[in-house]
Design a protein around this ligand. Structure first.
Ligand code: NAP
Length: 435
């Protein structure tokens, strides 16, 4: 069979990784795909830099449209990142009848609905294993391996940078700013870490997961996103004393009233496997009604793990390219005519448990006042700690609540913060037992 021809957009971390692995494991990949996969054209901004990396093994151009308009290219692999020109290039490639592989979670979370519609109309594939959790084959697992299940929820540590920072904060007792600086020095965080530490990157990936898990459209604009900037070392330590670890968790859950889609720091019982995912590693926990809980663990980023996912998509396309489009695995796991319109619930409507920390003046009746207000909103307490502070006239009270609706908790906190004995604003972190 003749080789399948690939045009690569971008030769950075993932692009170069993909180029190298395709070469290194050429034979093994060809034996699996049934034909060889050849990169015949590469587009970058700086072609001299690219030539230094890959020599004259293929054509290097600085105009990406030359790749997507080249009639000899079968598959366009978009590894440049960002929204434009990646979006325009993906649409042009699809319009030209080319299959597309992308690692670009931002592009898919924001414009996936239109991209998949265009691909569907044109009968081409858009594959995106590398867009979520790097080397972990979570898209394939959800889309194919778990296809007998009604998925109840998915919870994942899907941003390595924040997991590295949180691990350092816990293991070394560092504050957030110091742990971030260290992560940047070690290359685990970008110079501009906003997308990672503010939870946006995880929310892009969670949006893709929720679409595939529940057969709904991508609804990034409805996702609740809270990062780890505000997290204090003291809360990591108190959580530990209560038997919990704090992780930036991406959660998507099917409930009777709608779908939850949220990213925020979360207390997880430290006995759970996922609570012990350390450093830059990723893990995704899926609860299906048939299989029960299953967990997927591995490297969520980096040149080779991400290339592993890109190449898996290339092999899938090489195998399926000649198949009738009707008989391929649907982009979003469910057949397009059955993609639902279920809404993402507003955050005020979600139900979960909470960790609360109050700084109070150490006087009689404070605790009674706080618990009375919580009881007025039907919020009951699961566990409590009282901790002395440097100032003997003040104390920290730490509580874990049972499950309640977010809007009830917010209303209760408003009243508690008005109490004279409560000093400053309260800290509130959500808790998930993941059972
Ligand atoms: P990167 O190292 O910054 O590389 C980007 C590449 O794209 C560079 O070769 C750059 O060329 C090229 N490029 C950018 N804009 C271009 C344009 N307008 N025209 C032509 N070439 C252009 O990025 P990366 O880390 O490999 O990430 C690529 C994609 O993979 C992103 O969507 C990212 O979110 C995703 N991803 C990355 C990882 C990871 O571990 N890095 C993991 C999962 C997913 P020049 O060098 O010449 O400027």
């Amino acid at each position: 069979m003749k080789p399948i021809k690939v045009g690569l957009l971008g030769l950075g971390t993932v692009g170069a990784g993909t180029f190298n692995i395709l070469r290194r494991n050429q034979q093994e990949i060809m034996r699996r795909a049934g034909r060889s996969i050849e990169i015949s054209m590469v587009a970058v901004r700086n072609s001299e830099k690219a030539a230094r990396l890959i020599g004259d093994t293929c054509v290097i151009v600085d105009d990406s449209f030359q790749v997507v308009n080249n009639p000899n290219i079968d598959i366009v692999v978009e590894l440049m990142g960002g929204i434009e020109p990646a979006k325009q290039l993906a649409f042009t490639a699809i319009a030209n009848g080319k299959h597309v592989v992308t690692a670009n979670k931002a592009l898919l979370a924001l414009h996936g609905n239109e991209i998949f519609k265009a691909a569907q109309d044109k009968g081409v594939m858009v594959a995106f294993e590398a867009a979520v959790a790097g080397g972990i084959p979570i898209i394939k697992s959800l889309r194919e391996g778990l296809t007998a299940n009604r998925i109840d929820w998915v919870a994942g540590i899907i941003n390595g940078t924040t997991n590295f920072i949180l691990s350092e904060m816990r293991n070394k007792g560092l504050d957030f700013a110091t742990a971030l600086k260290q992560a940047q020095e070690l290359g685990f965080a970008e110079a501009d870490p906003t997308f990672d530490i503010d939870g946006i990157d995880a929310a892009h990936k969670a949006t893709i997961i929720s679409a595939i898990a529940f057969g709904i459209s991508m609804q990034f604009d409805k996702a609740y996103v809270e990062g780890i900037r505000q997290l204090q070392a003291v809360d990591i330590s108190y959580a530990e004393q209560l038997g919990y670890r704090i992780k930036l968790l991406a959660i998507t859950k099917r409930t009777a009233r709608g779908i939850e889609l949220r990213v925020h720091p979360t207390l997880i019982p430290s006995t759970r496997l996922i609570a012990n995912v350390e450093g830059a590693m990723n893990a995704v926990l899926v609860q299906g009604d048939v299989v029960g809980a299953s967990m997927y663990y591995g490297k969520g980023a980096g040149a080779e793990p991400t290339a592993s996912a890109v190449i898996a998509d290339l092999v899938d396309i090489a195998r399926m390219a000649t198949a009738d489009p009707q008989h391929r695995v649907p982009h979003l796991a469910f057949q397009p005519e059955f993609i639902g319109t279920e809404a993402i619930l507003p955050m005020s409507e979600i139900t979960t448990s909470y960790y609360l920390r109050l700084h109070v003046s150490d006087q009689t009746g404070v605790l009674a006042d706080v618990t009375r207000i919580l009881a007025n909103f039907d919020i009951s307490i699961d566990a409590m700690l009282q901790k002395a502070t440097a100032d003997e006239s003040q104390t920290d009270i730490i509580m874990l609540t049972h499950q309640t609706q977010e809007k009830k908790l917010i209303a209760a906190l408003e009243q508690i913060e008005k109490l004279q004995s409560v000093l400053g604003s309260m800290t509130r972190i959500r808790v998930e037992k993941l059972t």
